[in-house]
Design a protein around this ligand. Sequence first.
Ligand code: FE2
Length: 356
Amino acid sequence: MGFEFTDGFIPKKTVCKRGAIKNIRQEVENMSPKRALLICGKGVYDNTDLVDRLKGILKELCVGVFNGVKPHAVTTTITEGKKLCIELKADLLISIGGGSAHDTAKGIAVLVAEGGNDILDHRVIFEPPDKMEIPILSHPKLPIITIATTLAGAEVIGAAGYTDPKTKLKKIVVDPKLTPRLVIYDPEVALTTPVEVFVSSGMNAFDHCVETIYSKKHQEISDTLAMRAIKLLMDALPRCVQNNDDVEAREKAQMASFMAALAYGNSWLGINHAICHCLGARYGVPHGIANAIMLPLGMRFNLDVTGDRQALIAAAMGIETKGKTDLEAGEAAAGHIDQLNEKLGLPRRLRDVGGP
Ligand SMILES: [Fe+2]
C-alpha cells in the first residue's frame, strides 16, 4: 500500500477563525519582512472595505497596493505587479481574493526572484500523456500571506496558473517555495464574497476532492482529506445559498477548501481541470462555474476506468452504495452533483456562460 505525502505544498501556518484578519499586524511583526504590498483585483478593491481595513491594521507595514489582478491571472499583469513591487522595495506579498489574486502574488514573487518579465519563461512544460518538465526555480522567494475570499485552493499551494492573452492558453508554474507562509480564512471576510461566486468556487473545491480520489496518484492520506472535505461541502454550500449571512457555513466551506488543497497538492488533478483551464483562458468562463458544469461530465467520462474510486466518492457524498455496482454508484455520484448544482442555482450549460 504505502504512501508519499510531501510538505512542499503545506503552508507554515493556516488560521481559520472569525475576525482573523485583525491579527495580521502581529503575524507580520513575527516575520522579518516589514514592507508589505497588498495584491487584489477590482472586485475586492471597489466593492469591499478590505483593503482599507488592512491598511488601517498594518499601518506603516503596508507600503502599497497593486489592484491590477485580472481573472485567470493574465501574464501582463504579473509583469506590472513585479515593477511596482521592485519600485516600492516590498519584501512581503499579501494577496486578498480568489485564486487569481494568490496566483498573481506567486507570479510576482517568481519574477522578482528569478528575473525576467514574462512569467511563462518559468512554466512547466507538459507533454501528453503524462510527462512534466518542471523547471528548477532555485532563488529564495518573497514570503506570501494569502487572505482567501473564495474556496479556490490557490491560497494554499505553491503552484499557479497564468493566462497568455495572445495565445489564450493557461500555463502552470510550480515551486514549493511559493507556498504561502500564512493562509488566513476569515469567515466574516468570506461573507463579503457574492454567494454565487463563493459557492461556485466551492464546486472547484469539490472537483479538487473528486480528482484527488480518482487520481492515479491517490493514496490514503489525500483520500481521507478529500472525503471529509466532500462531506463538509455537501452540507455547507446549500446553507450558504439558503442564508447569505450563515457565517458558520462559510467557515465550514473554508475548512473544506483547505483540506481539498492539501489533498490535491499531493495527488494532482486530471482531465476536468485541464478542460476548465482551457475554458477559462480561451472563453473567460470563471473557474468555479467551469468546474461545476464539467465535474459530472468528467466523472462520467472517467467512470469505466475509475469505478471503484467513484464508489468511494459516492459513499463520501452519503449515497447508499450497498447493492450497487461501482459503475452504478459512480453514476449516482455524478447525478448527485447535477442535483447539487441545481440546488446552488449554478449555470448548467457552457453556452450560457460564454463557453463553446
Ligand atoms: Fe481548481
